[in-house]
Design a protein around this ligand. Structure first.
Ligand code: SF4
Length: 355
């Protein structure tokens, strides 16, 4: 370790010993199951948003066997609203793998942790260091920010070469005596002081030798080369109603919101007029000539790579249609909360069906 590296690590640990005030239930624990749970929940999610989910999961499923034995529907229901449902699917698969293949014992070395479904290098390093005290440096968005600014590195953090460079540097800086404390310290600094906007350089323990601060580069680092491409999608949800029942179906294709429930969906390449929508074959055969759709609500939801514009149309029946072409079921509105829906549909249900 060079002198500059030693100074960085020492300053960081010193700061953390005095400013360890970001209290969260998964901090400082060594139970690999709970650490894993928290890390999976916090991928692309703020700690404040993940906190109630962490509490309800650890209460309902206090250990990996309890989670592995839970039904898909119950777990998805508990996850509802947290988004990025692939995480939930992988989490369940991993819990069941550990329960059946590993005798319920969480793997205790980096390679085996990394081999778990849904676990990448960051999560593996976090579990290895926090639960088992192993010398693996975490590299997440906070770490990229602190390192790129302090050392003035302008390699793209989303490029292959940049990733290798940052991973090597993070490894060199890691405190081998206490990797868990060091990892926690650098993530806390990135989350509370070296923040994406309005970094608090005046309160930063690293300000004396920070390159970005000296060269006025704080707002320019870290650097990313790729601009996110956003795909626009148009979802037309047809809410079929029969007295106090609605028709729902499960999304079973590999796509957003997989395994969650929805109303009859007609996805179109562009935003359609209601008259054109009504002529879509799937609807044409369900509706009789006198029935018309009623436009009820539009909700936009931005996911990482997609902007989903959802329109909701309602239509009531006196007799349940028998010529549905998709698998689905009629459920009473009083039971609808037993099913897990994407956030957009929950908003519609709360505002227009049950609220
Ligand atoms: S001095 Fe400012 S830019 Fe540099 S590491 Fe500290 S908070 Fe980040």
């Amino acid at each position: 370790m060079t002198k500059k590296h030693k100074y960085f690590t020492a300053q960081l640990l010193q700061w953390h010993s005095q400013h360890n005030d970001r209290i969260l239930p998964w901090k400082g624990i060594s139970d690999p199951y709970k650490i894993w749970l928290s890390e999976v929940m916090l991928q692309q999610t703020r700690a404040e948003q993940g906190l109630p989910y962490y509490h309800s999961f650890t209460t309902n499923y206090p250990d990996i066997i309890a989670l592995a034995n839970a039904s898909d529907d119950a777990v998805f229901k508990l996850w509802q609203g947290l988004g990025y449902y692939n995480r939930c699917r992988n989490m369940l698969q991993t819990a069941r793998f550990i329960a059946t293949e590993l005798g319920g014992k969480f793997p205790d070395n980096y390679a085996d942790i990394l081999a778990l479904k849904g676990v990448g290098t960051y999560t593996a390093a976090a579990i290895a260091s926090f639960a088992f005290g192993l010398p693996h440096a975490v590299v997440d968005g906070n770490v990229y920010r602190v390192l790129s600014r302090y050392f003035g590195i302008d390699d793209a953090i989303d490029g292959a070469a940049g990733k290798v460079k940052f991973a090597q540097l993070a490894d060199e800086l890691l405190c081998r005596k206490n990797p868990a404390l060091y990892n926690q310290a650098i993530m806390d600094l990135g989350a509370s002081v070296c923040t994406p906007k309005k970094a608090q350089c005046a309160d930063c323990p690293l300000s004396k030798h920070c390159v970005a601060l000296k060269d006025n580069l704080v707002s320019l680092l870290p650097f990313k080369e790729k601009k996110l491409k956003i795909k626009n999608r148009f979802f037309n949800f047809i809410v079929l109603q029969f007295h106090d029942e609605v028709w729902i179906t499960q999304r079973n294709k590999k796509d957003v919101w997989q395994d969650l429930y929805q109303f009859l969906l007609i996805e179109t390449a562009s935003d359609l007029y209601i008259e054109d929508l009504q002529l879509q074959p799937m609807l044409y055969q369900i509706l009789d000539k006198k029935q018309t759709l009623v436009f009820t609500k539009q909700i936009k939801q931005r996911l990482t790579h997609q902007l989903i514009e959802s329109k909701f149309f309602t239509v009531s029946f006196e007799k349940k249609p028998t010529n549905m072409t998709q698998d689905g079921m009629w459920v009473k509105l009083s039971d609808i909360n037993n099913y897990a829906f994407p956030k957009t549909i929950i908003q519609f249900i709360d505002e227009r069906l049950t609220g």
